[in-house]
Design a protein around this ligand. Structure first.
Ligand SMILES: [Fe+2]
Length: 399
């Protein structure tokens, strides 16, 4: 175990140092109510005239969407993206893009349409590599077509990240392609698109953003002063505005703040990485189609509690910044912050476990989670198989 931990830390240290040399960039961000209408101008700026729009079915039926597309001279629509998009969906998007001679992407939706479109873009510029072969870090390394990302949930942060998460059709293994070239060129943050989101989805996706911010904040080697600042701001904003966005979906100010927090958390984690929570959450999404945000929401306080002392300084700082607990010892503040997350879950109607987890699946989940997390994720505590199993068992509920 000692040697394995040492190997993981050495890998993370080297990657962390190397990451400082990479040409990180952010998408150009356009935000505010009604800014969806600016997309035709953005495409014109890139010299694109025949975009492929990848959108969820729900979104492509909205009035805002219809108004925006009515201003496009020409476009091709793919609106059949399921949650936890499969590789077959990615292939279908890439095939339609080629057949229609498209020259750019507009991805509108939650994480699924944005991730599926990013993976399709990678497939288009690397026609000789399968999606699976591009899984992992920096395996695309080619400029993708102009890409406009429009989040309709405040959670995934995919509009600013290097990642495209996909699921294998046959094995249900969920994995990510991660490359700087997959960072969209434009992020369009229009709060009007999120006002109709049901409270349950608002809650789950908001907790995904919170998980991004916190996992980026507690990691080793990769966090920078900027990612720490953005993560702190995102956590404070989410604590302040997520309950309100769930209580009153039409509150545009709360919706706008949540989109901003999701974007900040997205940048923080794309630079500073996620961790064990995401590694386990992906197994729940791949095997049982558990919505990604819900999986993270349930796991977040459980794993933070399990990390214990290893992250006490960061948890205490977040307790102070959010106003959850400003007095007492570091340990007391840290415990209060984790308890506040449990409490937030309860108030948002998020369960404390999953009844879909079958005991016979746990060894496979453990293997997938461990392979995803180690050595790549610079987590505060390196989990071995036993510890992954223990966390999964803690959130397993019998039917
Ligand atoms: Fe996530």
């Amino acid at each position: 175990m000692f040697r394995k931990d040492t190997y993981c830390r050495a890998f993370q240290f080297c990657f962390g140092m190397g990451a400082y040399l990479l040409p990180w960039r952010k998408p150009e961000c356009i935000s505010g109510p009604g800014c969806l209408g600016k997309i035709p101008e953005l495409l014109e700026k890139c010299g694109a005239s025949h975009p492929m729009i990848v959108a969820s079915r729900r979104q492509s039926a909205t009035e805002a969407f219809q108004t925006m597309v009515s201003r496009l001279p020409d476009y091709c629509l793919f609106s059949d993206v399921p949650p936890n998009p499969r590789v077959s969906t990615v292939e279908a998007i890439a095939a339609l893009y080629r057949a229609e001679g498209c020259d750019s992407f507009i991805a509108i939706g939650g994480g699924s349409p944005m991730d599926a479109a990013k993976a399709a873009a990678a497939r288009l510029v690397r026609p000789n590599r399968t999606v699976e072969q591009m899984g992992g870090l920096l395996k695309v390394r080619r400029r993708i077509p102009p890409f406009v990302a429009v989040p309709t949930t405040a959670g995934t942060g995919s509009e600013t990240t290097v990642a495209a998460v996909v699921t294998d059709d046959a094995t249900h293994h969920k994995y990510a392609l991660g490359d700087l070239c997959l960072i969209p060129r434009y992020a369009v943050l229009d709060p009007e698109l999120t006002v109709s989101l049901p409270a349950s989805i608002t809650a789950q996706t908001g907790m995904d953003a919170l998980t991004h911010a916190i996992e980026a904040y507690v990691g080793r080697w990769l966090p920078t002063a900027e990612t720490n600042r953005l993560a702190e701001e995102a956590v404070v904003t989410i604590f302040r505005y997520l309950p309100e966005a769930c209580r009153c979906g039409e509150n545009l100010a709360a919706r706008e703040q949540m989109l901003k927090a999701s974007y900040q958390a997205g940048y923080a984690f794309t630079r500073a990485s996620v961790g064990n929570i995401h590694a386990i959450a992906h197994t729940l999404g791949g095997l049982y189609d558990v919505p990604h945000g819900l999986a993270n929401a349930v796991l977040l306080p459980v794993v933070l509690e399990d990390y214990g002392e290893a992250i006490a300084p960061q948890m205490a700082r977040l307790a102070e910044l959010t106003g959850v607990c400003t007095q007492g010892s570091q340990e007391e503040k840290a415990r209060a912050f984790v308890e506040a997350i449990y409490d937030m879950n309860r108030r948002l109607g998020i369960p404390d476990g999953f009844d879909c987890i079958r005991s016979e699946d746990i060894p496979r989940m453990v293997n997938w989670a461990e392979a995803e997390a180690n050595p790549a994720y610079p987590v505060p505590v390196i989990y071995d198989k036993r510890r992954f199993a223990r966390i999964i068992q803690r959130v397993q509920r019998s039917v």
